[in-house]
Design a protein. Sequence first.
Length: 252
Amino acid sequence: MKIAQKNKILETCLIAGRIMIESGSEMYRVEDTMNRIAYNAGIQKSVVFTTPTGLFIGIENQPYVQLGAVAVRTINLEKVENVNTASRQFATKEITLDQLMLRLKQIDQDTAHFPLWLQITAAAVISAFLMIIFSGEYDWLDIIPSAVAGALGYAAFVAVNRVTTIRFIGEFLSATVIGIVAYLLTRWHLGVDIDNIIIGAVMPLVPGVAITNSIRDLLAGHLLSGMARGMEAILSAFAIGTGIALVFRFFM
């Protein structure tokens, strides 16, 4: 196999792995996908090392190594599924290596996001129904207030994240918005229990996928990524809690 072909294989694996890490995939799934692409491309034994901020791939006992940086980390499971689909198509010889690389670049750049209005609507629905699960006697009276607080909080989260790349600032400020809205709604007698409203409204901000992936990485033996993702989830929860506590401190 020519050197250029080997480098192309490694580059393709790096693109696939980077997209999956940036989109919230588990590390063992990233490594498995990269190894399968390399094997199906003709590399019998590849060496892969992944972290939440970077990944490496090389060929065992050969001087061929490439590394890539992971700039952002979000949750986009559609991208993860699309990468897995492309990898399976390459394994069954439906597409060539060049077509796989092109497909991966298209997935990275052209995967559509849900429109903002739909995201905010989904946040409102999630807030309302999860509030029912966690609330008590007067749960039905706080459905609409919880939906309103959840929608406004998520809108604030999106707006702040467009200004800064620090996720925790967006979570802190959006939680603060949720607390203020919940306080005003109960003060104006449009809601009954401020605790129920807040509990439901913060649910769209809770890093549930990050916590789940952290535990799965730890169980799979990826201690570094598991602890890193777990700490990231803890910081997110701390930012949310601090925003709510600030409202209680100054308004209650």
